[in-house]
Design a protein around this ligand. Structure first.
Ligand code: ZN
Length: 476
């Protein structure tokens, strides 16, 4: 019997309570840094399974670490459980219908992400106990993936200093090894301060902070022509200076998200955007204060780990969806446009298939599509230690990210099958690393080569602390 078959049996033996955990977390959607109830559920499960628990990782009350095993290599399995604002949605239907109007929802599937990661860690713990092999597995419950960069703060605090390899996954429409493509991303706020005055009676005495923001945006929009084509810049007004057009706006605030293909490119772009802000302040005789809210790096791949994970995906095969799973996914697909579905194939790099509501195949290794990519804080872990992620089918092909359709599919039988499949892939890869010293050595060598080319700098300034939120009274 191969190691992978033993570990898959161990995953299957405990799937039911972890599917239930995923469903409970789905039912208590909490956004960045407020995941008190969700982390409470994960801590309770870690206790039940007999892990040694460290709460408050990196000073973040909604982060937790559970460890098992002795000696040997240290394998981190990363989980998440944060939800998204505005994506409240009833489960199991195929029309938009919020559980709570304007409420939060698991529109990125992190309820499954965390539960499958904890299931994988539990199976590895059980495998270590059964085989008596040296090795440690650590489950990291990581909050605030959505815009909160918690893992970057955790890396900065040293949470991964003695970890050998990190493994994670993300719910997806197709099953594959993750491409390890993500953009470095900074969220930066620009607070402009001017002088109020009567806009008709004394306009010459006013200095408009709103003008400054508008000029800054114009400047950045002109810069777009002269920046790398794969960089992305977006902005949102946090404060437009009030609702009175007859008062010169003394205060205005804009938040920028600045994304680039790599860390060094992003740091360069950040400085150019800052110069434009300073120019806008100079033009308008206002002042500007600039603060970084959060930042993450770009993802680094790891060829030996990608090969090892793909072997497990290939051996395990596609997620075993049945006719009922496909029928529900087809209803979800009916809510999408043909462009959504084609786009999914295009970015994956495979030819579109007819009558395939759910991924009943494995995307071959090395398939490269059109990179249409966002950002993730798993990337900062990937600069610290060799890191590998799977993407496993849990929802209909074509389902857009961060959508009501993901929330709707988040506790369907297909979601449960996908998360158990993901746990098997992660656990088997962890066991491979523990059992094969040469794999670990190759993974480390590959990582070393990537980070010596451009050494890691934490993209978050040293004085910026994680924006932790107080425990709400209801979660006390
Ligand atoms: Zn996500």
């Amino acid at each position: 019997m191969q190691n992978s078959e033993i570990i898959w049996e161990l995953v299957d033996a405990k799937r039911q309570p972890f599917e239930a955990l995923s469903d409970r977390v789905w039912g208590m959607p909490e956004i960045a840094y407020t995941e008190y109830r969700s982390v409470g559920e994960h801590i309770a499960m870690l206790k039940e399974q007999g892990f040694r628990i460290t709460e408050n990782v990196a000073g973040i009350p909604t982060a937790v670490m559970g460890e098992a095993g002795e000696g040997g290599p240290v394998i981190a399995i990363l989980g998440e459980y944060d939800a998204l604002p505005g994506l409240s949605q009833e489960a199991g239907i195929a029309e938009p219908k919020p559980v709570e109007a304007g409420g939060h929802g698991h529109g990125c599937g992190h309820n499954m992400l965390g539960s499958a990661a904890l299931l994988a860690a539990t199976a590895v713990k059980d495998w270590l106990a059964r085989t008596g092999r040296p090795g440690r597995v650590r489950y990291f419950g990581c909050p605030a993936e959505e815009g909160g960069a918690a893992k970057a703060f955790m890396v900065r605090a040293g949470a991964f200093d003695d970890v050998d390899v990190a493994i994670s996954w993300h719910p997806a429409s197709m099953t594959k090894v993750d491409d390890a493509l993500s953009l470095a991303n900074t969220r930066m706020d620009f607070q402009f301060t001017g002088r109020a005055s009567h806009a008709a009676a004394a306009p010459h005495l006013g200095r408009s902070a709103l003008d400054a923001v508008e000029l800054m945006n114009v400047g950045v929009n002109y810069m777009r022509e002269h920046m790398p084509s794969d960089a992305r810049i977006h902005y949102a007004y946090l404060d437009a200076g009030g609702i009175a057009p007859n008062v010169v706006q003394a205060s205005a605030k804009v938040r920028y998200a600045i994304r680039a293909r790599d860390l060094a490119g992003m740091l360069e772009l950040n400085e150019r955007v800052k110069k434009i802000a300073e120019g806008a302040a100079l033009m308008t005789e206002t002042t500007v204060s600039i603060s970084i809210m959060s930042a993450v790096s770009n993802m680094l791949g790891n060829t030996p780990l990608e090969d090892a994970m793909f072997k497990n995906i290939d051996r395990l095969g596609p997620v075993p969806f049945d006719a009922a799973d496909k029928a529900y996914a087809a209803k979800i697909q009916a809510t999408l446009g043909p462009a959504d579905i084609l786009n999914d194939y295009r970015k994956t790099g495979i030819a579109p298939r007819e009558n395939t509501p759910l991924c009943d195949f494995v995307v071959p290794q090395g398939t490269r599509g059109v990179p249409m990519i966002g950002s993730t804080d798993v990337a900062d872990v990937s600069w610290k230690v060799p890191t590998i992620q799977a993407r496993v089918a849990t929802h209909a092909i074509g389902t857009p990210g961060h959508s009501w359709q993901i929330t709707a599919q988040g506790k369907a039988p297909a979601a449960h099958k996908g998360m158990v499949h993901a746990a098997k892939i992660m656990a088997a890869t962890a066991v491979d690393v523990i059992s094969d010293e040469t794999l670990l050595a190759r993974a480390k060598k590959d990582h070393q080569e990537r980070v010596t080319r451009t050494p890691y700098v934490c993209p978050i300034p040293a004085d910026v602390k994680p924006p932790i939120k107080p425990r709400p009274a209801a979660a006390a």
